[in-house]
Design a protein around this ligand. Sequence first.
Ligand code: HPA
Ligand SMILES: [Zn+2]
Length: 357
Amino acid sequence: MCNTTFHSFLRALPKCEHHIHLEGSLEPELLFELAAKNNIVLPVSEDPAFESVNSLKSRYEQFKNLDDFLGYYYIGMSALVDLSDFESLAFTYFSKAASQGVRHAEVFFDPQAHTSRGIELATLVQGFKRAQARAEAELGITTELIMCLLRHLPVPEAIETLKQATDAGYFADSTLVGMGLDSSELPFPPPIWTDLYAEAKKAGIRRTIHAGEEGPAEYMTQALDILDAQRIDHGLRIFEDDALVSRIAKSKTLLTMCPLSNVRLRCIDSIKDFPLRKLLDAGIRFSINSDDPAYFGGYILENYCALQEVFNLSVAEWGGIAKGAVMGSWCADQRKFELLAEIETVVQEWAIHLEEQ
Ligand code: HPA
Ligand SMILES: [Zn+2]
């Protein structure tokens, strides 16, 4: 059970987060504040949910599917305009994550959703970089940026955005550590993105992709076979295909999973249906993440606790999950060693402490 003591252990456990969209951490309070500051008119006449913080929060509890959520996600992020908005957004998330025991975060952002509104790529990147520097100095956490491209937009636009980031030197100087693909999954299977992923691979850019969230396990296989993806975001539907399970376990490809998101977007009915035991039994490397915490009812710790309530894992099992998350991270080996040592210390302390209870 996730009683108070176990909750304290899960908070203390050094965690890595790999699947969080910074724009998805925009809480309704900050959304309204920034919209007022930037004179952004929210579409209240079309959707009364935008009347107040509370009505918006209630609406977030009733998403029908991924696309229903994405509609709110893109409107919400239109409140972000200047560099300080992007810095505030990222630093607010980093602070919350650090308070929940995140020690290393690899975060997504959606450049096309901002450049299409006339905002320069450099504006958001510099805002995020300021927040990253402050997070390391003030909170002691390490963070990396992953640029996601939008699969509902044309392929040439994604390739152009990748080129813009490459030309700006963002991959060469490690401002960005990788590329991902997000937004509506079902009508946009991986083969569409062959040229984009080939470009990224040629340029030595790490590649991840949202797959197997609403789409079938076949999309995960295609992501590996055709796009040579090195990580899979979600991968919830992996157990539809035994060969894929063996393959992903063997290759130690990280699945960045998001249980509360899966429930809110109705990919599963409840946390009971999240395949936690199957993932552990199959020896799959995975991490537990928040996805869009402002929209899905919880940050990383709420995701860990929701799982613990149902699956009642041991301290050692959680230690194993946390270590797998470190091993699947895109940080330097030295940082991995530090994080593994931190986890080992906490697991040993808490194993004794919880036994004494
Ligand atoms: O869960 C998601 N899936 C696809 N695209 C997204 N963009 C933000 N969150 C998501
Ligand atoms: Zn996501």
